[in-house]
Write a protein that binds this ligand. Structure first.
Ligand SMILES: *[C@@H]1O[C@H](CO)[C@@H](O)[C@H](O)[C@H]1NC(C)=O
Ligand SMILES: *[C@@H]1O[C@H](CO)[C@@H](O)[C@H](O)[C@H]1NC(C)=O
Ligand SMILES: *[C@@H]1O[C@H](CO)[C@@H](O)[C@H](O)[C@H]1NC(C)=O
Ligand SMILES: *[C@@H]1O[C@H](CO)[C@@H](O)[C@H](O)[C@H]1NC(C)=O
Ligand SMILES: *[C@@H]1O[C@H](CO)[C@@H](O)[C@H](O)[C@H]1NC(C)=O
Ligand SMILES: *[C@@H]1O[C@H](CO)[C@@H](O)[C@H](O)[C@H]1NC(C)=O
Ligand SMILES: *[C@@H]1O[C@H](CO)[C@@H](O)[C@H](O)[C@H]1NC(C)=O
Ligand SMILES: *[C@@H]1O[C@H](CO)[C@@H](O)[C@H](O)[C@H]1NC(C)=O
Ligand SMILES: *[C@@H]1O[C@H](CO)[C@@H](O)[C@H](O)[C@H]1NC(C)=O
Ligand SMILES: *[C@@H]1O[C@H](CO)[C@@H](O)[C@H](O)[C@H]1NC(C)=O
Ligand SMILES: *[C@@H]1O[C@H](CO)[C@@H](O)[C@H](O)[C@H]1NC(C)=O
Ligand SMILES: *[C@@H]1O[C@H](CO)[C@@H](O)[C@H](O)[C@H]1NC(C)=O
Length: 849
């Protein structure tokens, strides 16, 4: 026996199973134990030694009865899962010659054994007195893990590896297993891998606090997640120092599309020479950057969401390596941990000291005892003046820190147990259950309230309305063609043909006649709801005819909203409805035709002659009047929600009218119900505060209107991906120039010399105020309107002064010449930019993050 041990030992030396470090005391570097057998196996170039194979440096107590055959498992999952050590009493694995920091990995794989059902196995594990697992049921843990994997679309796993990081001071490590009384425990493999002592020695920033050296490694940790962000799985053999596994991050992203993968494996080096074992270089060769940065609103984040045990502190290690930019200040972003800012103005290049430099940063955050998720989010830092607002991440590790000498969390455990821990856990579960319950009840009540409110508001809205979604049916039912014709002739004091007329009900046959049977040549616009046709109703009146997609459910809701809104609203600066048609499953709206189409078509992207500064001001004032009426005129106040230049239409006299009420919401009443609605609106115009807080106010329209003002003066798209990075988003770009009081630099060159500088200055200030980050700092539409009128006065005074000097500056002439009826169309949106339609929602953003 003794001789056998010695011989094995010599053999082990020969295959260099024990690696020696240091010159003085010998220390174990890597030990891989194949439990429940005397045979050793090689896996991926790593040698696993049977726990019964004789050697001095692992002691099992009590000494096992050698009966490997009885413990044979299933080798098809991996050689080491072919056997397990099964024990019904306490069992200690003791390693000697260990000092310093180590990763300890425990391998568990359920097996079938005649007299043991794995489902009945419950046990605890401790390492040198530090609790690692308590009341541990491998089957439960695998089932939980697999639920997570399945949710993320990954393959499920039939085995489990638990990894811990331990600081061993005593030169000995006792891994103690203790089954629950009457139950049994098992283990398939043990791994002990020495780490550099400096692995966790660096400074750690506390989320929302100061940077500190917290001696985390001294506390003992459990690895919860280790992800190679944007890259492929890295197996232990590919991380030779520490033999870690790096998983793919895809399954943990709340929206995978938010981060696109990038890769560059040229010449990456560690930013600090101490870092060589922090992560293999492969982790830094791949990354995710914000894929939507080019097209979408820049306030979207890349988010990773992981499940963690409540009530512990977590160490979050983020790995970075700038792969693209060769100078600082190109990529500045914010890091959020559980929705709190962990770092802002984060510039990898500056921190790592260059491109292709592998760098990491640690954060510490406490997770409350009621929360079992951890969110890591990276997003643009728009507060800083940096040019780059993209974010990048290469790797993510999450470690749980011990609490009161314990890493074990007892979650859903064996109810037969009634230990103190267990009853605490049950209390916790009941607490969480009750929490979830009350949230559900609240949501249910809110829904009922909302539905009741909607019913009531519809009834009240139409006074004598029948139920159903078509209030117009009653408005329009009594009207016939003669009435409509008569009404069409009457112009009220505002000059709008339709504004005094009630809606008329059309038959499908009439609509078909008006649109030449929905002739494609008559299409003047396409939207999410369907198409808009130009049509001539029988009295010769031109109309814009909007036909809803019969299939589109979303379109239907918006269609309904639009009818509700338009039937209530009458204003010179709102597009009016002539009538509607709802038969044979058709849902069609007929609007007054807006001869000059969308405001946007007169700003850029068409051959139409440019609008003069004066005309632009008039159009802005008209649109502001329309919005002001929406916000204050109606009973409750209405939020348009989709203010943009394609929703500002111009009639034959260039009178601006707001259109497209499909997304509109009545104001306060809705908010009081606290029903969270999906964020809707258009990219480039979307109020960041609305996006952050999902709270809808009229100030969101003010923000969008501010973007419109900049668009009017700069005559470019609000999002133009073909421009250099810092210019893509007009709101940010123009705001930057405006803040430097040099908006003139970027205005529409066709305005040069034709505007009063004073009016331009004032105009820029208004737009800037509209774009204030916080809604409460923005002016009301009434104030905006007042200021715009003042701007027009300034400009007119300047025009008069110039006219006296020279008439060559008279700028109205180009428009006087202009022929009506070109370009766009009435009630229509422009044809959609293919870049946006890829989002599936047209230009409209919809999300419920
Ligand atoms: C392993 O155990 C089996 C059965 O107990 C025995 O026959 C075999 O010799 C052992 N092998 C070694 C290398 O000890
Ligand atoms: C195992 O432990 C003994 C003393 O207990 C020691 O002499 C020997 O060097 C150790 N072997 C290895 C491989 O570390
Ligand atoms: C071993 O595991 C594989 C995959 O889970 C399974 O198909 C096979 O039936 C198992 N064999 C035994 C003997 O349990
Ligand atoms: C295992 O080790 C612990 C302390 O290191 C000791 O209290 C316990 O009795 C040991 N168990 C067995 C079965 O040797
Ligand atoms: C263990 O429990 C799971 C789920 O309850 C079940 O699918 C599985 O068949 C059980 N295994 C055994 C060996 O009883
Ligand atoms: C262990 O987990 C499995 C699967 O969730 C379950 O069927 C079994 O009842 C659990 N065993 C005990 C003792 O709690
Ligand atoms: C899932 O399993 C299939 C088949 O075994 C394999 O081809 C695929 O690569 C696996 N996917 C992942 C993400 O591991
Ligand atoms: C870290 O904590 C360990 C265990 O509590 C302790 O032994 C060690 O001295 C501490 N190190 C420092 C630098 O505080
Ligand atoms: C990768 O980085 C190197 C060095 O910075 C650069 O020359 C090369 O163009 C990059 N390759 C790609 C595909 O971006
Ligand atoms: C990689 O590094 C070497 C040595 O530092 C240098 O000579 C070479 O030009 C680098 N290659 C690239 C693509 O940057
Ligand atoms: C590297 O580690 C040594 C010793 O642990 C320390 O003195 C030195 O400051 C570290 N260097 C850096 C750049 O962190
Ligand atoms: C963080 O925000 C997300 C989404 O807004 C929310 O679902 C989650 O509960 C928040 N987490 C915490 C810890 O507040």
């Amino acid at each position: 026996m003794q001789m056998g041990k010695l011989a094995t030992l010599v053999l082990l030396y020969a295959v260099s199973f024990w690696s020696m470090v240091g010159t003085g005391e010998a220390q174990l570097k890597t030990v891989l134990i194949n439990c429940g057998t005397n045979s050793s196996v090689d896996v991926d170039g790593r040698r696993w030694v049977g726990d019964l194979a004789a050697n001095n440096n692992l002691t099992i107590s009590p000494a096992p009865v050698a009966d490997p055959a009885a413990m044979s498992g299933n080798t098809s999952l991996g050689p080491i899962y072919g056997s397990a050590r099964v024990f019904s009493g306490g069992l200690n694995y003791t390693f000697q010659q260990v000092q310093g920091d180590y990763f300890l990995r425990l391998h568990f794989c359920p097996f079938a054994l005649d007299n043991h059902n794995v489902n009945e196995s419950v046990f605890g594990v401790a390492a040198n007195g530090l609790g690692l697992l308590s009341q541990y049921n491998v089957s439960t843990d695998i089932a939980t893990k697999n639920m997570e994997l399945q949710r993320s679309g990954s393959n499920i796993s039939t085995y489990l590896i638990k990894e811990f990081f331990l600081s061993i001071g005593s030169n000995e490590l006792v891994v103690e297993f203790l089954p629950l009384k009457g139950s049994f425990g098992f283990v398939n493999g043990l791994e002990l891998v020495a780490s550099e002592d400096s692995l966790f020695a660096g400074a750690i920033s506390k989320v929302g606090g100061n940077s500190a050296n917290l001696n985390v490694s001294g506390r003992g940790m459990e690895t919860m997640y280790r992800l190679n962000v944007g890259g492929s799985r890295i197996n232990p053999s590919e991380d030779p120092d520490l033999q870690r596994t790096w998983e793919v991050d895809t399954g943990y992203m709340t929206n995978v599309d938010a981060g696109s993968q990038i890769r560059n494996n040229s010449n990456i080096t560690y930013a600090s020479s101490n870092d060589s074992s922090v992560a293999p270089l492969r982790v830094y060769e791949t990354a995710r950057t914000m894929s939507n940065n080019q097209v979408l609103e820049k306030r979207f984040n890349m988010s990773w969401k992981v499940t963690v045990d409540p009530g512990f502190d977590y160490l979050i290690r983020l790995h970075f390596c700038e792969l693209l930019f060769g100078q600082p200040n190109q990529r500045n972003f914010r890091i959020y941990v559980n929705n709190r800012t962990a770092a802002d103005n984060f510039d990898i290049y500056a921190r790592a000291g260059g491109k292709n430099r592998a760098y990491h940063q640690d954060y510490l955050d406490a997770v409350s005892s009621r929360v079992n998720t951890l969110w890591i989010q990276l997003g643009p830092d728009t507060a800083t003046g940096a040019s780059g607002t993209d974010a990048l991440l290469n790797g993510l590790e999450i470690y749980k820190l011990s609490r009161n000498g314990n890493l074990a969390y007892v979650g859903a455990s064996n109810p037969a147990q009634n230990t103190a821990n267990n009853s605490k856990a049950r209390v916790l579960l009941v607490g969480i259950g009750a929490g979830v319950g009350s949230v559900l009840i609240l949501a249910f009540v809110a829904t009922i309230v909302f539905l009741l409110w909607r019913r009531r508001s519809r009834k009240n809205g139409g006074k004598n309305n029948a139920p159903g979604w078509r209030p117009l049916f009653l408005h329009g039912a009594s009207l016939n063609t003669a009435n409509a014709k008569e009404a069409a002739g009457t112009k009220n004091q505002f000059g709008s043909v339709a504004s005094t007329r009630l809606e008329r009900r059309f038959t499908v046959a009439e609509i078909r006649a008006a649109t030449k049977n929905f002739d494609e040549n008559m299409v003047i616009g396409v939207g999410g709801f369907g198409k808009v046709y130009r049509g001539e109703i029988e009295d010769g009146t031109l109309a814009a005819i909007k036909r809803a997609h019969p299939q589109s459910q979303q379109g239907l809701a918006e269609f309904e909203t639009e009818i509700e809104m338009l039937s209530k609203l009458r204003h010179r600066h709102l597009v009016s409805m002539i009538g509607f048609c709802e038969e044979q499953n058709e849902m069609i709206l007929v609007y007054e035709y807006m001869a000059n189409g969308t405001l946007r078509s007169h700003l850029f992207g068409s051959d139409l002659p440019p609008l003069s500064w004066r005309r632009r001001l008039e159009v802005c004032i008209g649109a502001a009047r329309g919005l002001h009426y929406l916000h204050t005129g109606a009973d409750r106040g209405i939020i348009h929600r989709d203010v943009k230049t394609t929703n500002i239409l111009l009639d034959e006299n260039f009178v601006a009218k707001m259109s497209d009420f499909g997304l509109s919401k009545t104001g306060p009443a809705l908010e009081h119900t606290h029903v969270s609605t999906a964020v809707k609106g258009s990219f480039g115009y979307l109020d960041p505060e609305y996006f952050r807080r999902q709270q809808l106010t009229q100030k969101s329209d003010v923000y969008s209107f501010g973007v419109v003002l900049f668009e009017v003066v700069c005559a470019r798209a609000v999002i133009n991906p073909s421009l250099p990075k810092d210019q893509i988003n007009l709101a940010e770009w123009a705001l930057r120039w405006q803040r430097e009081r040099s908006l003139e630099t970027i205005i529409d060159p066709r305005l040069r010399g034709q505007y009063s500088p004073e009016s331009m200055k004032k105009f820029g200030e208004i737009a800037e105020k509209c774009l204030a980050d916080e809604g409460k700092c923005r002016p009301t539409m009434g104030e905006v309107l007042w200021h715009l009128e003042y701007v027009l006065q300034l400009h007119d005074a300047w025009l008069r002064a110039n006219d006296e000097g020279s008439s060559s500056l008279h700028v109205e002439s180009s428009e006087d010449r202009q022929a009506g009826g070109g370009g766009g169309g009435g009630g229509a949106e422009e044809r959609r930019n293919p870049l946006f339609t890829a989002e599936g929602n047209g230009e409209s953003a919809a999300g419920d993050d």
